[in-house]
Design a protein around this ligand. Structure first.
Ligand SMILES: [Zn+2]
Length: 233
């Protein structure tokens, strides 16, 4: 059985998953979270050079924040979708998004104006490993792609666990299990349906605590009808 550790902050998960030899890191925090990550790694006696792979679930500043730094400091290989090349090279979040909680719109408009929350070091990912080639099949890890939170949301699964990035979540401003930011709610709802058909019972979100897949089933219809508001008119 694999070990799962969390080197994230109170608002963001950065999962370390054990491999036969070393670790896989799933997502990084904001750029300014790197010191916290390093401190936590030291405390947990994780040798940075034992991180063999870094997986990026999707291109948002709170997931790709210190991606470039950690790749340089560990020598790890990056697993991310080649389709995200442009977004990663831009170094910034896409602005064409909807917010699932109207009450948080002013706060989101404020944070959208602060580069610290919206940008990360741009990255050339020409040489990255395409997850759709299933590079860690021997480790029992399968990759698949969902949509809706961003254009492409990379998920991975092993044993009874599915790591869903921000496709559904219960932390950091989530509305029930709905992510706060949504690019395409129809695609997101469809992704939830796909998740219910996918092997694995426990969902590990990018924000919040793991929860059973069955909990999501009750909210799908509500999610399909959810009224969203545009972050930028
Ligand atoms: Zn996100």
């Amino acid at each position: 059985m694999k070990t799962v550790l969390n080197l994230g902050t109170f608002y963001m998960n950065a999962y370390l998953i054990s491999l036969k030899d070393g670790w896989l890191l799933l997502d990084t925090g904001y750029p300014f979270d790197y010191k916290h990550f390093l401190r936590k790694a030291r405390r947990m006696k994780i040798d940075l050079s034992s991180i063999r792979y870094v997986v990026l679930s999707h291109v948002h500043a709170d997931h790709a924040g210190f991606l470039k730094k950690i790749l340089a400091d560990t020598g790890a290989k990056l697993i991310c979708l080649p389709a995200e090349k442009e977004r990663l090279a831009s170094g910034a979040n896409v602005k064409d998004v909807y917010i699932s909680r109207k009450v948080l719109l002013p706060l989101n408009k404020l944070s959208a104006a602060l580069p610290a929350f919206q940008t990360f070091e741009p990255l050339d990912v020409s040489g990255c490993i395409d997850p759709e080639t299933q590079p860690l099949a021997e480790e029992g890890i399968t990759f698949f792609v969902l949509h809706g939170h961003t254009d492409n949301d990379l998920c991975l699964r092993f044993e009874d666990k599915i790591f869903v990035g921000d496709v559904c979540m219960n932390g950091a401003g989530a509305a029930g299990y709905s992510p706060l930011w949504i690019e395409d709610n129809a695609a997101l709802t469809e992704s939830w349906r796909t998740l219910l058909q996918t092997e694995g019972d426990c969902l590990y979100p990018g924000h919040g605590k793991p929860f059973p897949k069955s909990a999501l089933a009750k909210f799908i219809d509500k999610q399909a009808r959810r009224k969203l508001c545009k972050l930028f008119k």
